[in-house]
Design a protein around this ligand. Structure first.
Ligand code: ATP
Ligand code: MG
Length: 275
């Protein structure tokens, strides 16, 4: 992947003009989705629609990850109902919940109906939580395993579920009632012998946050421990989701912007020395 130049941009316009699928494909293979997203907003509406027609739903989903909520709404509006739902199927379910939360109720209901049942159910579960809490930030596409699994079985299981999981970096161990009893990192797993039992190698002192914890507190805890994700539990200590570091970065940026706005709202007279 390399950053996009002026030449690529002209090339892209030509491909879109001619709806040249092979040329277009060859060009976007070279691009990171961040660059594609920047390109998207340089295009006129007609070209945007053409670009969205040529992109597959999973590619649009990657592009969406690079956009803010307002921009995501614009993209969604430019898609037909069916393709929009396919794009949502491929996005992390916490991002989908955030996006749908911004739409009219009638529209989000329609999109949820059009989505795959499994994905839609996961998103519906997330829509209940206030957006500035751990529950509002979390995804429920995490990796959950049992303590009686061997390392070998866990690796095999990962091969099956990894494509759909949001992060496979930490594996969370629960009991049959879904209570969180341990955690291990992918590294912890890989350095063990195939026959070893998860229960013997997991960390039992798991740091977790309650589902109703304020997002800024969640951000502080995650940065304190330097984890890439934090598990979220309900009042029965059951695992309900994970908050990943990329969502925490967004919280920190949001917080910094609020602080800046407060600073600039200070009137000059407030700064006059009272003495
Ligand atoms: P790397 O080389 O990528 O850092 P690592 O195994 O050290 O690999 P870290 O992300 O640094 O991975 O995690 C450090 C340790 O913290 C791992 O052993 C992991 O199992 C553990 N861990 C992860 N999440 C939690 C958590 N929520 N509570 C307690 N321990 C955790
Ligand atoms: Mg480490």
């Amino acid at each position: 992947h390399q950053p996009i130049g002026q030449k690529d941009f002209k090339q892209l316009l030509t491909y879109l003009q001619n709806m040249d699928q092979p040329g277009f494909r060859a060009l976007i293979q070279k691009l990171h989705s961040y660059d594609l997203a920047r390109l998207f907003f340089q295009l006129s509406n007609i070209y945007r629609r053409r670009l969205l027609t040529l992109l597959r739903p999973e590619e649009i989903a990657l592009l969406m990850e690079e956009l803010d909520l307002q921009e995501q709404k614009e993209v969604l509006a430019a898609l037909g109902q069916k393709k929009a739902a396919q794009v949502l199927d491929h996005m992390p379910n916490d991002d989908v919940a955030d996006l749908l939360g911004e739409l009219e109720w009638s529209q989000s209901t329609l999109l949820l109906k059009e989505m795959k049942t499994v994905e839609a159910d996961q998103v519906r579960a997330l829509l209940h939580y206030p957006e500035d809490t751990a529950g509002g930030l979390m995804t429920n596409a995490y990796v959950q395993i049992f303590s009686h699994y061997t390392v070998e079985k866990t690796l095999q299981y990962l091969r099956e579920i990894a494509p759909a999981a949001e992060t496979i970096y930490y594996l969370y161990v629960t009991d049959v009632r879904h209570r969180l009893i341990g955690v291990l990192s992918l590294r912890d797993l890989l350095i063990r012998e195939p026959h070893e039992k998860i229960g013997r190698i997991m960390n039992e002192r798991v740091i977790s946050v309650p589902v109703d914890m304020d997002q800024e507190e969640v951000a502080r805890i995650l940065s304190r421990y330097d984890f890439l994700a934090l598990p979220v539990v309900d009042h029965n200590k059951k695992l309900v989701g994970i908050v990943t570091v990329d969502d925490i970065i967004d919280v920190l940026i949001e917080e910094a912007q609020e602080d800046l706005e407060q600073l600039s709202a200070v009137q000059p007279t407030d700064l006059v020395d009272p003495f």
